[in-house]
Design a protein. Structure first.
Length: 110
């Protein structure tokens, strides 16, 4: 799927939605390692961007996004609209990241 055909909007300029295939999602559950917690704890002492946790969050979001796109492709989609992320703590130090949207078939407007 072309990454340019994934949007938080509900349409694409220059394309017509010819079929809605339903909601698709990608879910990943991540935990921080002991080393990650230690390094992240040290980074909090100095303030600013806590790169250890930023990298963990980025990795989790990318994994959820990739799973969502894979789910859409399996349904026959070539686009995704209304894409969103959500995250919830499952337990202390364990977080679920969800990427979801509506899979669609797009046709370029001539």
């Amino acid at each position: 799927m072309d990454p340019n055909l994934v949007t938080t909007a509900f349409d694409f300029s220059g394309y017509r939605i010819v079929r809605y295939l339903g909601v698709v999602r990608g879910v990943t559950v991540r935990s921080r390692s002991i080393v990650g917690n230690f390094v992240g704890g040290i980074e909090t002492i100095f303030g600013g961007n806590i790169t250890t946790y930023t990298e963990l969050c980025e990795h989790a979001r990318q994994e959820a996004y990739d799973l969502m796109v894979q789910h859409a492709v399996e349904k026959g989609a070539n686009g995704l609209i209304g894409m969103r992320y959500d995250a919830n703590d499952v337990m202390d130090g364990v977080t679920e990241v969800l990427a979801y949207g509506t899979a669609v078939v797009l046709e370029k407007i001539a």
